[in-house]
Design a protein around this ligand. Structure first.
Ligand code: I24
Ligand code: DGL
Length: 267
């Protein structure tokens, strides 16, 4: 039987990762789990994020996946190392791939990172960047107002632009030429973010880079789904919350028909 790519996220934000996987690896089946009932993870203590993430992973492992993507930056910041060490299948996080691309792109050696409180507090991006190049200067900023902004749907209102400007104010005193969008939701407001930091700053989407990394890993290990001219895929979507709400957001975002199944995780 064809094995799928497992993707976990705190909710619907990881659909930005799923969309990139569908685009870059159109032959692959996706098995997505979004913990919408307990979203957001950003403000939660890391021990809680760890427990919740491991519950989702346990569920997906029973779904016969061949690789796992930790699509949520907050979760990847906490559990990636532990899960990579524990599982026999390839595990891809959303942090290292974005860090690598930022290092490749920066000319000044000054990189900024934005994310949730949990992601920034963990220092995971800073560690990943400094591990690759200790001379890189890193500026990190938690932006707790941006996930609620995206989820409010004000993606094209002047009010949304103001919230982004306000959130990024502390960055504008800093010097950097590359900005890592270290959160699933930020690609949806990339236009606001670009406007706030100016046209000379290069934005890096962690979702896009994670999908690229997955593609490289599967290719290297000769684990890519094979087939001819006709592509046949079956995707599965699980949510801990309301399945109709989940499905409507997923359908709009991915542009495919989505049947979501609700699953209760242990409290
Ligand atoms: N976008 C996100 N979360 C929401 C939302 C949204 N509502 C409207 N849009 N709600 O995240 C979160 C809370 N829900 C989740 C489902 O269960 C119940 C609780 C960003 C989505 C990233 C793919 C705006 C919106 C949309 C469709 C696509 C994109 C988008 F409706 F931003
Ligand atoms: N998925 C989370 C992340 O990428 C954002 C939403 C949340 O706080 O749960 O960090």
């Amino acid at each position: 039987m064809k094995q799928g790519i497992g993707i976990i996220d705190s909710g619907v934000g990881g659909l930005t990762v799923a969309k990139e996987v569908l685009r870059q690896l159109p032959r692959e089946d996706i098995v997505y789990f979004g913990d919408t009932a307990r979203c957001p993870y950003g403000p939660r203590p890391s021990e809680e994020v760890r427990t919740f993430s491991l519950q989702m992973i346990d569920f997906l492992l029973k779904e016969n996946i061949k690789a796992l993507v930790i699509g949520c930056n907050t979760a990847a910041a906490v559990v990636l190392a532990e899960v990579t060490a524990k599982l026999d299948i390839p595990v891809v996080g959303v942090i290292e791939p974005g860090a690598r691309t930022a290092i490749k792109e920066t000319k000044s050696g000054q990189i900024a990172v934005i994310g949730t409180q949990g992601t920034i507090r963990s220092g995971a991006y800073e560690k990943a960047l400094k591990k690759l190049n200790p001379k890189i200067e890193v500026t990190s900023l938690a932006c707790p107002s941006l996930v609620p902004l995206v989820e409010s749907g004000q993606l094209h209102d002047p009010e949304g632009m103001e919230i982004v400007r306000e959130a990024l104010l502390p960055l504008l005193k800093q010097r950097f030429d590359t900005l890592i969008l270290g959160c699933t939701h930020y690609p949806l407001i990339a236009h606001f973010i670009q406007e706030a930091v100016g046209p000379d700053v290069r934005l890096i989407s962690s979702a896009e880079e994670a999908a690229r990394e997955l593609s490289a890993v599967l290719s290297y290990r000769q684990m890519l789904a094979n087939g001819g001219d006709v592509i046949h895929t079956t995707h599965h979507f699980y949510t801990s919350g309301d399945r109709a709400l989940f499905a409507s957001i997923a359908e709009e975002w991915l542009g495919i028909k989505v049947g979501a199944v609700q699953v209760a995780l242990n409290e």
